[in-house]
Unconditional design. Structure first.
Length: 202
C-alpha cells in the first residue's frame, strides 16, 4: 500500500461578531510553516530600516518569499472573506515586543485587515489579544497558532499589551488595499505604545 494521502485543511470561519465586521478563522496556515525560520531570514529587518521609536516592527513579505503552500492558503482566505477583485493583498510579518501594544485605530484606507497568529504554545495570560469594538459591542481574539481574525474596516481595533518579558507576539498581517494605493500605503505602520513609556510619562 502507498503512503496515506495527507488531508489539507482549508480555512474555516469559526465565529463572527459586530454584524459580521469581525471574523475569526481557523486553519489559516500550511502545516510546514516554521515562523522561526521565516523571521530568522529577516532578522536584520527587525526593527525595519528607518523605523522610529513607537512604530510597529514589520517586514513586507513578497510573493516570492512565501512558499507555494502559504500562497495557496492566502488565496483560499481571500475567497472565504469575499474580498472584491479590485483589492490586492499587502502581506507583512509583524512583531510586537514585550510591554508593547497597538492603540485603537480605524484602518479606514483598507477593505479590511487579517491577522494570522504565528506563535506556537502562546499562553493567553501573555497578552497580545486582538480587540475590536463598535458602540457597546466588543470582540476579543486570543492569539492561537494558525488561527486568524479579520476586521472589515473602518472599525476601531487594538491589541492588549504583551505581558511576558521574553516573548514577542508574531503574526502575518494582510491588508486588502486598492491596487492604485498600494505604493502609497506600503510604508505605513501602525503606531505602537510601550507600557514603560507610559509609566515614565505618568
Amino acid at each position: 500500500m502507498g503512503a496515506p494521502i495527507k488531508q489539507i485543511m482549508t480555512p474555516k470561519i469559526t465565529n463572527t461578531f459586530i454584524d459580521g465586521k469581525v471574523v475569526q478563522i481557523e486553519d489559516c496556515l500550511p502545516d510546514d510553516l516554521d515562523h522561526n525560520t521565516l523571521f530568522h531570514h529577516h532578522d536584520r529587518a527587525f526593527p525595519f530600516p528607518g523605523a522610529q521609536l513607537g512604530e510597529l516592527q514589520q517586514y513586507r513579505l513578497e510573493p516570492s518569499e512565501r512558499s507555494p503552500a502559504l500562497n495557496e492558503k492566502l488565496d483560499q482566505l481571500r475567497v472565504l472573506l469575499k474580498v472584491p477583485d479590485e483589492y490586492v493583498a499587502r502581506v507583512a510579518l509583524h512583531e510586537i515586543m514585550p510591554g508593547q501594544f497597538i492603540p485603537p485605530h480605524l484602518d479606514q484606507d483598507y477593505f479590511g485587515g487579517l491577522t494570522i497568529f504565528l506563535n506556537r504554545d502562546w499562553d493567553q495570560s501573555w497578552g497580545g489579544w486582538g480587540i475590536a469594538y463598535e458602540g457597546d459591542e466588543f470582540a476579543v481574539t486570543a492569539p492561537k497558532y494558525g488561527c486568524g481574525v479579520f476586521y472589515r474596516t473602518p472599525l476601531y481595533h487594538c491589541t492588549s499589551p504583551v505581558y511576558q518579558r521574553d516573548m514577542r507576539r508574531r503574526s502575518i498581517q494582510i491588508f486588502y488595499v486598492l491596487a492604485e494605493t498600494l505604493e502609497t500605503l506600503k510604508s505605513r505602520a501602525p503606531k505602537i505604545i510601550s507600557l514603560e513609556a507610559l509609566a515614565k510619562n505618568a
